[in-house]
Structure formats: C-alpha cells, structure tokens
Design a protein around this ligand. Structure first.
Ligand code: XMP
Length: 503
C-alpha cells in the first residue's frame, strides 16, 4: 500500500499532518525523528518533515540522505533547517511570529496549483530564512518574511515556513493535496473501511489458537475492536461488559442492545453493589478514580480466570494514544487504559486492532461493520463514569439524582437539534446546597451544573454557546422533575485552564 511518511520533530501539529493526509485519501504514518529506518521502502512515495518546538541552531537533524530519493515537503522548522544546512541562512528573530499572515505567491509552482494570491496562512516560528539554500527559488513572501516558501526543483524539495496542516491556513488543504497528488503522485485510494478484510486476516494470523477476552465499555473504540476480533476468530472471543452502576440512564441496556444488533456476544457482569460499597465515604477525586480502576481490574480478572486457555487481551487503543505514549518526541504522555497492568498479571498478549486509526476512521469502520447510527454518534464518556460527575460522596440516591438531570439535559439537546452540534454534554451534581422555595415550603436542594463543550479531540475545549431557550428549558425541567435539586447553573469554562470533567 502506498504511504506517506511524516517525520516528527516535535511540533504540536505533527499528528495533524497525518490526519490531514488521511482525510485526503493518503495513508500516512508518523515516525519520530530519532528512530528512523535507514532504508526508504518502495511503498513510501513522499515525505513530510514536520515543524518543531526547537530552533535551528539547537534542534534535531533532518535525514538528508533521503533528499532527492522522494519528494519532500518541509514545514516551518524543517524548511529553515534545510535552508541553514543547504548553503542558505537563517536568522534568529527576537519576537516569535505567531498567528495569521498574508502570503503573496511570488513564483508559480505545482505546490500553488489552484491557490489564490494573497492567501491567509498560519505562522508559528521564531527563526526566519534570510537566504535560500543552493538551487532554490523563492515561492512566496509575507509582510515580515522574504522567503515564506521555496522549492528546489532538481531535488523535488518543497518548503513552507507556515503550517498548511492547521485549519487557520485557508488553502492548506489545497496545498497539501497538490503536494500529495501533483508532486508525489499518490493515487489516493486509502479508505479505512476498505481495510476491514485485511485487518481480519492479520488478526487471524496473530491469534492462531487459544481464547481472547476484551472489556467492553459501551464506547466506540472498544466495541469496534471487539467486533473486528469477533469477525476474525468467532467464538474464541469473549466480550465482558462490567456494569459498574456508574453509567447514564438506560445506558447499559442500550449498549447491550447495540451489541446484540451486530451479533457480538458479550457477558454482562452486574457489579453495581461492589462499586457502590467501594466508593462509600470516598470524596477525593483521585482516590475515586483509583478505587474504580482497581475494582474494575479485580472483577475483570476474576472473569478471565473462569475461562480456559485465555491468551489474548483485546483493547481499543487508537492512533493518538499510541503516538502520545510511544514516540517520546513530544512532551505529553498519557497513561491509559481501564485495564492497565492486566496483560502482565495474566500473562496475556495485547491485541490492538485500531492502533493505526483515528477516531473518525474508527467510526467509519464501525459504520461498515453495521453498528447503529445512534451508537456511533454518542458523545465520549469517561471510564470512571458518573462517579467523577457526582462531586463529593457517590451514593445510590445522588447517582439517581444526577442520572435524571443528565437524561433531561440530553433529551432537551436532542429535541432542539443541539446534541450533534455539541462535542460532549452532560450534567454534574455539586454537593453545594442553596436556599429556595417550593410552594410554601423552604427547600434546601443540591446544585446541578450543566456542561456542554465544543472540541475536536478533547485536548482543548470551549463552552458551547447554547441558545438561552435550550438552557432555560433544561433548567426548568430539571428543577420541576428532579427531587432535591435547588439550583441549575451553566459551566462557562474553557479548557485550559479548566478540564472538561469536573473531577
Ligand atoms: P478532561 O476532563 O481531562 O477530559 O478535560 C477530556 C476527555 O476525556 C474524557 N475523560 C476520560 N476518558 N477515562 C476515559 O476513558 C477517564 O478516566 C477519563 N477522564 C476524562 C472526558 O470525558 C473528555 O471527553
């Protein structure tokens, strides 16, 4: 299969380049700059070098031996590095150029096919190219920089100091498409759903004998991973759904119905009581999360031990998780998953069929595998469930209170058409009581905070500007229908500095 390699020099946008290429129909992979193979496989038809947090004087080196072998697009730091090491020069600028700029195209190039001049681009760098490398011609300038882009036609090197991969670069998609199609000659055949047969073949080869287990959470990733494995090895796969009692109203049933609809055999383990008693008296958020994680593993492990010859653990790890914990180039490291530590304890081999896919691609796979539309459009939901949305102690009564309020909020969003326009929406129960009146009675109820955010990946988020009539309707119904709620408020915090969940 033809591939694009994206070499990561530590820019916050590196993974976005991979994503954009895949959206344009080209299969792309991210490779950390410090672990590059020496040979370029023939299936690699083009290379993009990413930007970096570093400056050219101290940053990582580019694999110059690859230059001339395949078409290259160098972005930002890489464009500067190639200039500085190819006979040109780069000056350190004192102020970082960050934000939108007007790019004027000064020379024709296949990179600019269909791009208007001027065009708005997104800059984020501190160095600037002051002299071009040998054999290069300048392709564009902005008000503050003379060589915002250049090409070295004899080597098929294209370089831009702006970021075509971010949405703020207006014609970034056209520029990337030009590089991939006109310059590298990709055919653009990549479609995630076309991979299903080869994924299933590979899973069969990976799991020739023995049993496999997987924890299903009701989320899209674990479900699609399980479905793929089930299609590959049939009854040798055992899906386990631990019902923690921390799910939303009607959710356990809805999830089990979706499994049934696609013929996925899943065992429901009813564990509401053990979770409630483990959480009794616990109010510290971290202790809550740890308590839930530990109990989950114990229960899952006990289920696994009832089966014979279990050799594999199926997980719904997706590409951003792999990259975040795997490349070591960027700063963030995320610990996951619900069953962390289990493979070692049970001596199981991990099977992660979605390691190479993005969330939207997993949705496409799920759709092709026949998962219901309703299931695929569900908002993300945290592993520890409603426990991190019931602030203070988690009790059966408080869970029920939150569940009702949450269901009302989601119903109002569905009815007003806002559910699909929101990335994630939910209610939070606060232990804060306040004074109110109901009829002639004084009442002293708890508080519900409504949270609705817009986001693309959950890393950053903004409060969704819900129309006031939607918010008023949700508040009116919650106050009228949920006992012991005295007040409803709307959370206006962005992430950062706030997180999406309250705990
Ligand atoms: P935060 O609260 O960190 O949440 O801004 C970002 C996104 O991650 C979800 N989230 C979790 N998902 N296990 C999960 O599987 C967890 O422990 C967890 N904590 C938060 C959250 O719902 C949001 O979508």
């Amino acid at each position: 299969m033809e591939k694009l390699w994206v070499v990561d020099f530590g820019s916050q946008y590196s993974l976005l380049i991979v994503r954009r290429a895949r959206e344009l129909g080209v299969y792309a992979e991210l490779l950390p700059w410090n672990r590059l193979p020496t040979q370029l496989p023939s299936e690699v038809k083009g290379i993009i070098f990413s930007g970096s947090y570093a400056s050219v004087s101290e940053g990582p080196p580019l694999p110059v031996e690859w230059i001339g072998q395949r078409p290259v697009l160098a972005i930002c730091y890489s464009a500067q590095w190639l200039a500085a090491h190819g006979g040109g020069s780069v000056a350190e600028s004192h102020s970082r150029e960050y934000g939108p700029a007007k790019l004027e195209l000064t020379n024709g190039s296949p990179l600019w096919s269909g791009v208007s001049s001027p065009t708005r681009v997104w800059m984020s760098h501190s160095d600037t190219i002051t002299a071009l490398p040998e054999g290069a011609r300048s392709l564009g300038r902005t008000e503050s920089i003379p060589h915002a882009a250049y090409e070295i036609p004899s080597q098929k090197v294209y370089a831009v100091q702006f970021h075509p991969e971010v949405a703020h670069t207006e014609e970034g998609g056209t520029i990337l498409r030009n590089f991939l199609y006109e310059i590298c000659g990709f055919t653009g055949e990549w479609r995630p759903e076309a991979e299903i047969d080869s994924i299933i073949q590979a899973l069969r080869a990976q799991m020739p004998a023995g049993q496999a287990i997987g924890a299903l959470s009701g989320g899209i990733d674990s479900t699609v991973a399980a479905l793929l494995v089930y299609r590959a090895i049939g009854e040798r796969f055992h899906g386990i759904f631990v019902d923690t009692g921390l799910l939303r109203e009607g959710e356990a049933e809805a999830v089990l119905q979706a499994y049934e609809a696609v013929g996925l055999p899943v065992k429901r383990v009813r564990a509401q009581l053990p979770f409630l008693s483990a959480l009794r008296g616990v109010t510290d958020p971290e202790v809550k999360r740890k308590t839930i994680g530990r109990l989950f593993i114990e229960i899952f492990e006990a289920e696994a031990r009832q089966l014979e010859d279990v050799r594999y653990l199926v997980q719904g790890t997706i590409y951003p998780d792999v990259v975040e914990s795997g490349t070591g180039v960027s700063a963030t490291i995320k610990s996951h998953h619900n069953v962390g530590g289990l493979p070692e304890r049970l001596a199981l081999q991990l099977v992660e069929p979605l390691r190479l896919f993005f969330k939207d691609e997993v949705r496409a796979l799920g759709w092709k595998l026949g998962l219901p539309e309703r299931f695929l459009r569900r908002h993300p939901f945290p592993g520890p469930g409603l426990a991190v949305r019931v602030l203070g102690e988690v009790t059966a009564e408080r869970l029920e209170r939150l569940r009702r309020a949450d269901a009302i909020f989601l119903q109002v969003l569905e009815e007003s058409g806002w559910y699909d326009k929101t990335w994630q929406a939910f209610a939070v129960l606060l232990p804060q009581r306040s004074v109110g009146v109901a009829g002639d009675q004084r009442r002293y109820g708890e508080t519900i905070a409504l949270r609705a955010v817009s986001s693309t990946d959950g890393m950053t988020a903004e409060p969704t500007p819900l129309p006031s009539e939607v918010l008023f309707e949700a508040a009116r119904r919650i106050l009228a229908e949920v006992p012991d709620i005295g007040r409803v408020v709307y959370d206006l915090s962005t992430k950062p500095p706030a997180t999406i969940e309250w705990e």
